[in-house]
Design a protein around this ligand. Structure first.
Ligand code: VG1
Ligand code: CO
Length: 543
């Protein structure tokens, strides 16, 4: 087994985005592309000499090859141990848990999350630090700097490691431990939730459908929901991970999880439906005839948290990303706890969780999580909902109606315009940014602007500052509009328009969100001329 040093040159565009480096799979398969980025990670974290890392991912196309390359590069640079999920599979939350529970120096997650996979799809590589969370910007910027000056990488020349068999092998002097991807995670869930109550719920005839979308959560959901909690066989659908996600789009929202939506709206549909994304960190919650927006979901979890054994003592605080609706703030106010507002992306919650300032966190993009790991966690959110339903014994629709009566309703929707010409998207943002200071007091499509600014975040724990995190406008009529460009796309630009309107009249909380938001939607278009500039008459995706 020889360690060789390969000459290379910097490759442009290896800047980690909202959640790691994401590119077309074919780009990752180009000569040196993956190797350069991995070598840059080693440099960015001060080398891997003597370190222990976790490795796994969502099983998408090219993961098996990438895992072998990473193992050979870790061995070549002196890592002492790699803990790898069997067949290189690990959901993102399970990887986060392993990094923490085994006291490692961090880990690498191979995933492009909710983006489609396959040779024509997307691939991604993300580094997580020893706390189990996505590397903060202080680390990702070092990695990016390293990509710009790389001239060589080190790799071991050897046969593939067999990642299908559990147990410990070695590569040169590095040990490789292949672990069951599900076992430790399932054990953690059993510590947090009341599994006896959940068993009783299913034994009592409660019917559920969990759509794993051909992605990584299938084995986790089957083991926990069907094998451990006694949900009927067949509860988990699309439960076998496939490299191209069954040619699907593993994004758990009403558009891409349409089969599940249809089932939940049929006469004899299940009581409860849920779905997760490619790497298992997102969740969609839907009751009979009742889709729960992610922003409402985290608010409901916070309001009912003490019903769950793991949170019986209450919450230290909560946090949400800035574009997420302020439904959570209303609950926090009632509970008299802090509610932090962070930039988009889970890496910004890490410090708050580590410092014990926040217990629950959520993002409008179907991400919910807590201090049990340092990533958002899809299946955990589903079990949380089940635990609440087992205690409250009412249908999801009734629970939501009750929540809105108590807290008011934050009508909310996100409109995405995908693969927009990058120059058009940048110009739209630049023009609005330039006008922000003049907007307060102006009337826009019948709404009067109250405040307008660009969001920047000062981390209360380490004092770091993140700028340019989205343009936001509030109106006197209770509306809020946020404009942001996605940091996870791989084609052109994706413009995200986040729309919200607060309704506190208990008799007006049952409207269709798109109708309730119509004035806000009109104002968003008038503010930016979005339809005209992009030539799009409607968004590509509405969630
Ligand atoms: C999107 C979401 C963001 C989420 C991120 C990663 O980022 O908006 O809330 O944290 O994806 O999620 P962006 O920059 O495209 O808006 V995942 O499930 O990809 O790890
Ligand atoms: Co994800």
């Amino acid at each position: 087994m020889d360690i060789i040093t390969v000459d290379t040159a910097p490759i442009a565009g290896q800047k980690p985005g909202t959640s790691g480096l994401r590119k077309k799979t074919r780009t990752f398969m180009e000569p040196h592309f993956l190797e350069n980025f991995v070598q840059a990670i080693w440099q960015g974290i001060g080398g891997v000499q003597g370190k222990t890392l976790v490795l796994g991912g969502d099983g998408r196309y090219f993961s098996d090859r990438a895992a072998q390359v990473i193992l050979r590069m870790a061995a070549a640079s002196g890592a002492s141990r790699m803990i790898v999920g069997q067949n290189a599979l690990l959901s993102t939350p399970a990887a986060s848990h392993l990094i923490r529970s085994r006291g490692t120096d961090g880990g690498i997650i191979l995933s492009a999350s909710h983006n489609p996979g396959g040779p024509d799809g997307d691939f991604g590589v993300k580094f997580n630090t020893a706390n189990g969370g996505p590397a903060p910007e202080s680390v990702t910027s070092k990695i990016f700097e390293a990509t710009k000056s790389l001239t060589q990488y080190r790799i071991m020349e050897t046969q593939d490691v067999d990642l299908s068999a559990l147990g410990t092998t070695s590569l040169g002097r590095m040990e490789i431990e292949v672990v069951d991807p599900v076992a430790d995670y399932a054990e953690l869930m059993a510590q947090i939730f009341d599994f006896d109550k959940l068993r009783a719920l299913f034994a009592g005839g409660f019917r559920m459908r969990f759509d794993a979308m051909h992605a990584v959560t299938g084995p986790y959901a089957k083991a926990i929901l069907e094998d451990t909690l006694g949900a009927a066989p067949g509860t988990v659908v699309n439960g076998t991970p496939s490299p191209d996600f069954g040619e699907g789009h593993p994004d758990p929202n009403p558009i891409w999880a349409k089969d599940l939506m249809d089932a939940m709206h049929s006469a004899d549909g299940p009581d409860f439906g849920a779905a997760s994304d490619g790497d298992g960190d997102r969740n969609m919650i839907v009751g009979r005839n009742c889709y729960v927006t992610p922003s409402d979901s985290v608010a409901v979890l916070a309001a009912n948290a003490t019903l769950v054994p793991g949170y019986a003592d209450g919450l230290a605080g909560v946090a949400r990303s800035m574009p997420t609706s302020r439904a959570l703030d209303r609950v926090a106010e009632k509970l008299d706890i802090d509610c932090y507002e962070t930039p988009t992306g889970w890496k910004f919650f890490g410090n708050l969780l580590d410092a014990g300032r926040a217990t629950l966190c959520g993002e409008e993009s179907a991400g919910t999580g807590s201090d049990h790991v340092r990533e958002k966690d899809g299946l955990w959110a589903v079990l949380f909902w089940l635990n609440i339903l087992a205690e409250r014994k009412i249908p999801v629709a009734e629970l939501m109606a009750d929540h809105w009566k108590t807290y008011g309703r934050n009508y909310y929707s996100r409109h995405d315009y995908e693969a927009v010409d990058t120059d058009v998207a940048n110009a739209l943002m630049d023009d609005l940014r330039a006008r922000l200071a003049d907007l307060p007091g102006q009337e826009v499509a019948g709404q009067t602007v109250e405040t307008a600014d660009e969001f920047a975040y000062d981390d209360p724990v380490d004092g770091s500052r993140a700028e340019a995190q989205g343009l936001r406008v509030t109106t006197r009529e209770g509306g809020r509009i946020v404009f942001r460009l996605s940091g996870t796309g791989t084609e052109g630009a994706t413009i995200r328009v986040y729309l919200e309107r607060v309704e506190t009249d208990p008799t007006a909380v049952d409207d269709d969100p798109q109708e309730a938001l119509a004035p806000v939607i009109r104002a968003a278009d008038a503010l930016t001329g979005l339809a005209e500039r992009t030539g799009r008459s409607r968004p590509d995706v509405i969630t």
